[in-house]
Design a protein around this ligand. Structure first.
Ligand code: ADP
Ligand code: MG
Length: 686
């Protein structure tokens, strides 16, 4: 047999034929390297043998025994046979039974020393064990007397096959495992070597060894991620960008009816600095709901137009595009900017006219949806792309935008406040501006958590506010079909019907995720226009929609929402001159839920809320796979391992400071991992 290396196909492994190789492929395992990098999902602690007499009823244990009598075959009925025998140790005895595994009779003899792993059951004072895992004492099967790995499976595989395959994989190529961590980093962080880590993550000698292996592999994974993000930033820094001439933003600020906050000024100045630097801007503008991000974008659009370039402003939905079109036109048209819009619902003719205008650069700004970047739209002199997104853009989407013009500057706006520690990593490839200050006079949205006993009072409150001409949002959790629910959840549709019955005098509308986009937009637009009083919705209600007349946000089953999500929802009210409230309805009596809802009552500060959310729930929320566009992690939990993430980030900076391109020979293995991560992610980013 030829020598195997890490790129060798898994079929090299004894016992892995075409079928099993296909099954492994479903798990993403193709090469020997994939195989040894396929880490266990969990472990079973079979490390200690227990004296039989000390085993408890129902306990799953390892025992080390002597076979006390000759295994015999018992025919219970047709098609059902058992092998039965008794096994003993110095402390006691146990009856062992195997169903339909007649071969056991030939493998086990009286007087053999055999170790078993299985569940002990008591019947009176007799103990029994059925279909245990077994091996002769001192065998190298490794199924008892140690910590045993448990893998994720696919049809056609079982734990035994995987364990044996991984064992062989490690034996074949442990020597060749690349050391992705530079020696200096490994030493400074007191991390074990790759070889030790791979061996012990699969077949830990003991729990101490497992911990060492895990620590190293988690660090390695996050370190590679941090290097990859830095590398992206570095490549971007090398991109030449449009060099715009300087101009004093004061000229724009002075046209406003109010003065910008210091935070708005600072953010705009940072972006202007980018645009005058000769490199392409890729900046994230992060600010809580209502912090005035649009105004910063407007200033930059003005700045870009003054330099003779066109801006494109992309919103996630039609209705938001309409709103931004209205606000931006109102602000910029008086200054002589030509503003157009491009959305999916426009007629073909309207679209054609706008596209021509973009091509001929007779517009200074176009506001729209994804339609802005469809294939048939081409821009002349595109200088700035602004995207207003609830969530972060995938990396490849950004590059699609950039591909549209000759390297326009890009500003991504996000209303999801995330703690600084996470932002550093999550947006490692972007420059970040944070608006951490609210425009003056913004009133606090008073927030209360209540239970069903308040229902009548709550209805009274709705009636009172509606009587004063205010509008009301009611949000119900999204109910997945076939979701099994321990509690009664309010579905938006049902709840809307109930409310319509309670308030015959009010106009109640409903919008939810299963509606067609067009219908959703129609219902939303009617609410924005004040044609309905109560809007019952799932969280599809558009983030960022401005309904200044809305003064009450009710969230049903509030326990189902994350704090940051509740904060976003609350941001839908209190946007006008009216005193506003947010009522969180929950029947949950869990202390954890109470603590979370109480934070909503205490503060309106999105950053504080996100930090509390991080503290209470871990960062799973922020790293929810769809939100960030980062590659999937194998061992690291981007959430739980935040501290390691930070260390990895620091170490990555240290290494990159000395060898920015990772070109030095000692960083070759790292370079390869970083490149690979990009390749995999390119497919996954969207
Ligand atoms: P968001 O950051 O949520 O997108 P917007 O840009 O929609 O916030 O701004 C929210 C509201 O605050 C808008 O009505 C806007 O006109 C107003 N606003 C923004 N900046 C200021 C400011 N410096 N002073 C007063 N009002 C402001
Ligand atoms: Mg906004």
């Amino acid at each position: 047999m030829t020598m195997a290396d890490l790129t060798t196909n898994v079929r090299y492994i004894k016992g892995i034929g075409e079928k099993k190789a296909q099954a492994l492929g479903k798990l993403g395992v193709f090469s020997l390297y994939d195989l040894v990098s396929f880490f266990p999902r969990k472990y079973e602690d079979r490390s200690t043998y227990k004296p039989i007499a000390l085993c408890l009823d129902g306990e799953t244990v390892c025992i080390r025994t002597l076979i006390a009598d000759m295994p015999r075959l018992v025919r219970v009925r047709r098609g059902m046979e058992l092998v039965k025998f008794r096994a003993v140790d110095e402390s006691g005895s146990v009856d062992i039974t195997f169903f339909n595994q007649n071969y056991v009779k030939d493998n086990i003899q009286r007087g053999d020393s055999i170790c078993f792993y299985g569940k002990i059951e008591y019947n009176g004072n007799r103990r029994s064990m059925v279909n245990p895992v077994y091996e002769p004492e001192g065998s190298d099967k490794g199924v008892t007397g140690r910590i045993v790995p448990v893998y994720r499976l696919a049809a056609g595989l079982n734990q035994r096959i995987l364990r044996q395959a991984v064992r062989q994989g490690l034996d074949a190529c442990a020597e060749q495992l690349p050391e992705a961590l530079p020696e200096s980093v490994r030493e400074r962080m007191h991390l074990v070597q790759a070889r030790y880590a791979y061996e012990n993550i699969h077949f830990p000698a003991d729990f101490g060894a497992l911990e060492l292996a895990r620590r190293r592999l988690i660090f390695e994974e996050l370190f590679v991620l941090a290097c990859a993000l830095s590398d992206m930033r570095r490549q971007r820094v090398n991109d030449n960008g449009l060099l715009l001439p300087r101009a004093d933003l004061e000229e724009f600020w002075s046209t406003l009816p109010f003065s910008p906050t210091d935070a708005q000024r600072r953010a705009a100045a940072q972006a202007v600095e980018d645009m005058c630097s000769g490199r392409a801007m890729s900046r994230l503008l992060q600010g809580d709901v209502g912090s005035g991000k649009t105004l910063v974008a407007a200033a930059l659009i003005w700045f870009t137009a003054r330099a003779g370039y066109l801006s494109a402003f992309m919103a996630p939905t039609e209705i938001l595009a309409e709103q931004h079109f209205a606000t931006l036109s109102a602000m910029l048209a008086p200054l002589g900017l030509r503003v157009g819009k491009l959305t999916g619902s426009m007629t073909a003719k309207e679209k054609r006219l706008v596209k021509e205008a973009l091509q001929n650069h007779v517009l200074d700004l176009v506001v729209g949806t994804h339609a802005l970047f469809s294939e048939d739209v081409s821009y002349t002199d595109l200088g700035l792309v602004v995207t207003d997104e609830q969530h972060r853009f995938g990396v490849n989407q950004r590059s699609a935008l950039i591909g549209k013009g000759r390297r326009p500057h890009v500003l991504v706006m996000s209303a999801t406040p995330i703690p600084r520690t996470l932002a550093l990593i999550l947006y490692g490839d972007l420059d970040v501006s944070i608006i951490d200050e609210m425009p003056p006079g913004r009133q606090k949205v008073d927030t209360f958590a209540v239970d069903e006993s308040y229902r009548a009072r709550l209805n009274g409150f709705i009636r009172k506010l509606a009587g004063e001409g205010r509008q009301i949002f009611v949000v119900c959790p999204m109910v997945e079909e076939n979701e099994e629910l321990p509690v009664k959840l309010k579905s938006a549709e049902e709840h809307a019907k109930e409310l319509a019955a309670v308030f015959p005098e009010l106009r109640v509308a409903c919008v939810h995720g299963r509606m067609k986009a067009k219908d959703k937009d129609r219902v939303m637009a009617a609410f924005v226009a004040g044609e309905t009083d109560i809007l019952v919705a799932t969280t599809v209600i558009e983030v960022g929609v401005d309904v200044p007349n809305a003064a009450l946000m009710i969230v049903e089953n509030a326990e189902r929402f994350g704090l940051s999500q509740l904060h976003q929802l609350r941001g839908r009210v209190g946007r006008g001159p009216h005193k506003s409230w947010c009522i969180l309805v929950s029947e949950s009596d869990s202390q954890d839920v109470k603590a979370r809802l109480d934070i909503m009552h205490q503060t309106n500060d999105g950053f504080r809320i996100s930090e509390e959310d991080l503290r209470l729930r871990g960062p799973g929320d922020f790293f929810g796979s769809r939100q960030h566009g980062l590659p999937e992690m194998h061992v690291a939990d981007l959430g739980a391992d935040v501290n390691v993430l930070q260390q990895a980030q620091e170490e990555a900076q240290r290494v990159l400071a000395l060898d920015p391109g990772l070109d030095e020979p000692e960083n070759a293995a790292l370079r390869e991992r970083v490149t690979k991560l990009f390749e995999q992610s390119a497919a996954g980013f969207n």
